[in-house]
Design a protein around this ligand. Structure first.
Ligand SMILES: [Zn+2]
Length: 464
């Protein structure tokens, strides 16, 4: 019984964290129709600062609807985002088995080569294969090694469509050009303070390469990164490092392999001038896991508590939930320009520095407690979210609700359960209860959304 009540509160707290404050009750919001029209026209802007995120939260009040709007804004289909309904979910006509990515990171442009093994979900399907893609320059596309000509595919500002792909299993190779240094949306691959960094949840991977960018497409990834060795001495991606070496022209490379299938939103890449605090965790079955927390050199001394928190989280998940870490390496990156607060990419968690760094001279007890909680939260996603993931974004609250519950229990076990409970309930009362008492009240799982990012805007309330 206690668990049930806690679970409900967890879901509500999750809503505070992720602030699904953009869901509209169509009746309560009917008088906002003029505002809605503005929202629908203007919502494509970067969320590069907490201020912008808060601004986005205000401007997007009505952008996720529980019913279709009676007033449609007349704009070209290309510019008006499509409302996604839970009831319209269809399983994909094609699945991906393996995805081999190759990144040539450059100062002017980055070339992304992807090689995907595609297979139809049902034998003899004649459905087109529709790939998502935004802000990409297509260089070439090959099916089973044969380059396609312009008439063989259709390209628009958001999709690359193969109208009649081969029946049965085939290989799809796509080369694209992107410009991370000009990517101010901070979704996909972007460059900031000299480092390359990714953010793919919820729909950032489509800004890296053409892909079925949806959580029910699970594939095994390898990732080869090539870059200038002096400028980018550290090259990181998901999984285990299986190869690295030098190349001509002052370049070097690293090849990463993730043996577990994952959705594209968990893909990550980091390249830059970083240094690490290293440690080792021995799992309950006796495997040695290398732990590395990467930061700019001057911040490494401030990562001691984050490393303590990570090891405590790994041990606690074994003791309480029986969940052991499943790879040989776990990387954490903390950089000052990461806009999402924290992200649970498989084996390569990325954080904003504010959530990881602490020094005894300046950090308070609350700072230490917050680091413990957020390091734990992202680590716990390794099972609740990453290995067991969402079918679609309507299930976001399942991975987040359960993982928030786990991080609350972790913080309660390692600190004071009473103090933690008071803090959590205080957040509910201050942020969630007013929303639930007003016209913005909505179910945990909405019936539709326009842009998935809307679900995350309020995260800044907690993290910044
Ligand atoms: Zn989470």
């Amino acid at each position: 019984m206690d668990f049930g009540r806690k679970a409900i509160l967890c879901f509500l707290l999750h809503l505070v964290k992720r602030s699904v404050c953009s869901v509209k009750n169509i009746i309560g919001c009917r008088h906002f129709s003029a505002l809605e029209a503005t929202c629908r026209r203007n919502y494509w802007f970067p969320h590069s600062t907490p201020y912008r995120a808060r601004e986005a939260s205000r401007r997007l009040l009505c952008s996720v609807a529980t019913e279709s709007s009676p007033k449609q804004v007349k704009e070209s289909e290309m510019d008006v985002p499509k409302e996604i309904f839970l009831k319209d979910y269809k399983s994909p006509a094609y699945y991906f088995d393996t995805v081999d990515l190759k990144f040539l990171l450059g100062e002017e442009k980055t070339i992304v080569a992807s090689k995907i093994t595609v297979f139809p979900s049902a034998e003899g399907t004649s459905s087109p294969l529709v790939l998502d893609g935004e802000d990409l320059k297509l260089i070439s596309i090959k099916v089973d090694g044969k380059e396609l000509k312009e008439g063989d595919y259709h390209l628009d500002s958001r999709h690359l469509t193969l109208p009649s792909p081969p029946q049965g299993k085939f290989t799809l190779e796509i080369d694209t050009e992107i410009q991370p240094q000009k990517n101010t949306s901070l979704e996909g691959l972007y460059k900031s303070s000299g480092n390359f960094c990714t953010q793919c949840e919820a729909e950032g991977f489509r800004k890296i390469t053409f892909y079925q960018d949806r959580p029910d497409i699970m594939a095994k990834y390898t990732c080869r990164i090539e870059a200038d060795k002096l400028l980018y001495p550290v090259l990181l991606s998901n999984g285990n490092l299986i190869e690295q070496g030098d190349l001509e022209g002052g370049k070097h490379y690293a090849v990463w392999e993730d043996p577990f299938k994952k959705p594209s939103y968990l893909f990550a890449l980091v390249a830059g001038q970083l240094e690490s605090r290293d440690d080792v965790f021995v799992t309950r079955s006796g495997r040695k896991v290398s732990l590395r927390i990467w930061t700019p050199a001057q911040d490494v001394p401030k990562t001691a508590h984050a490393m303590y928190s990570l090891k405590a989280a790994m041990k606690w998940d074994e003791d309480v939930f029986g969940l052991e870490y499943d790879l040989d390496l776990f990387n954490v990156v903390a950089v000052p320009d990461f806009n999402m607060g924290a992200m649970e990419n498989k084996s390569l968690n990325i954080f904003n520095s504010k959530l990881v760094l602490a020094s005894p001279e300046t950090a308070s007890d609350a700072d230490y407690a917050a680091i413990l909680g957020v390091i734990g939260h992202e680590y716990f996603h390794n099972w609740t979210g990453n290995r067991v993931t969402c079918r679609d974004w309507f299930q976001l609250s399942l991975k987040e609700g359960l993982t928030v519950f786990r991080d609350q229990e972790f913080s309660s076990d390692l600190g004071s359960r009473t103090v933690k409970r008071i803090a959590d309930v205080s957040k509910l009362r201050n942020y969630q209860f007013p929303q639930d008492a007003g016209p913005m009240a909505h179910p945990v799982r909405p019936h539709s959304y326009i842009k998935m990012d809307n679900f995350y805007t309020g995260k800044f309330l907690l993290y910044f």
